[in-house]
Write a protein that binds this ligand. Sequence first.
Ligand code: ATP
Ligand code: MG
Length: 436
Amino acid sequence: MPTPAEAIPTSLRTIPRDQHSISRKDISPNALRVLYRLRDAGFQAYLVGGAVRDLLVGGHPKDFDVATDATPEQVKQQFRNCRLIGRRFRLAHVVFGREIIEVATFRANSDDGSGDRELHEGGRLLRDNVFGTIEDDAVRRDFTANALYYAIEDFSVRDYVGGYDDVQARVLKLIGDPEERYREDPVRMLRAIRLAAKLDFSIDAATAAPIPLLAPLLAQAAPARLFEECLKLFLSGHAAAGFEGLERHGLLPALFPESAAALAANRSGALRRMLLQGLRATDQRVANDEPVSPAFLFAVLLWPAYCRALIALQSQGVHAAEAQRRAADRVTLHQASTIALPRRFSLPMQEIWLLQSRFSQRKRVPRLLSHPQFRAAYDFLVLRLSASEEHGEDVAFWRDAQVGAVEPIAEDEFAVDGDGAPRKRRRRRRRSPSAG
Ligand code: ATP
Ligand code: MG
């Protein structure tokens, strides 16, 4: 039985302005506007959640959430630029151009914090529109570090569950009984890994302990929500650390069952090397403010699964081109039961895979160069070089092809590469030392 939120003890500790590091100049002016307006109207108003946590560790929050004792209707009355969203639990969005300040009324029931997108059944949470006190609001949150309130009335930080010390110690600790909190909302396991990677926090032993055991519950979460969480996990600049966290805590098989199986079976470790290299490259692009694409990301994450499916089909005698198509479709379909990857991403992901064998064929060069996914597929080929030196010649060929004339090669049968992927075997070509 889930612990009722009110059973979790709270005691207020107030950290005054001169004893913490949050300064108003680091808070979005629009968030400050909302906080002041609510206070001036006689309501309590706090900055809350990830923003307070991030500010305390010197980070730059990407969004600023506000908690208040005003009801959504009362919030709406204060702002012309305000709309109410959500059906079961209403939230106010105060809109300033591209910045939205989310204002939530203190709420009593524990929930998954994911807005109003879904309802759970079978022992898990049903959302309810129950307002509560600030203490109720604190204990329904996931980690102690996420349950700190910055009060606009005196610029103090209010801590009800020990989060302030945990942030100072850089540790993520679930509020309440960890196993129960994960059962209520399995996505919290993923949030633990993501936030630890993002903040470089450790995960408290009691918070980490149930994860490997409860990992299979993650597969029951809504696939659309898991897709969103994956984007946050892998496209926020901490993908490599996040992936290693998933591995360490046994979450990989729950999230990417077929890739996890393929990685476990790949004794040379080449597939894992390539995958991590792809994630590091993604992190580098985020750090450089360059665009990153979910299609390329998932092409990297599911490549082990694709290679494995392809080898299985080819060993059944399916012809290469047909096997590639079927492997790509099969992997996409199977993965969709866990993570809802929209078609606008899964189609280019498949193209990135299918173009790989055309790179080793080196035919129809101009046509391939003008393929919409050429650049992504070429980058992917370069990435494969980190797993197997065999692609060096293809990389050189297509690099040259982008700037000048090259000679196409003749057709031949397919072989399996050092990284487990199929490629054209060129006649009487020396096997490179990395193959095997
Ligand atoms: P990020 O920096 O990635 O935005 P965040 O902690 O702000 O991290 P959000 O998803 O924006 O994450 O959630 C805002 C706040 O809502 C959290 O800080 C936490 O207090 C609460 N919350 C979010 N998800 C959950 C959940 N699954 N269970 C309980 N509380 C949650
Ligand atoms: Mg946030």
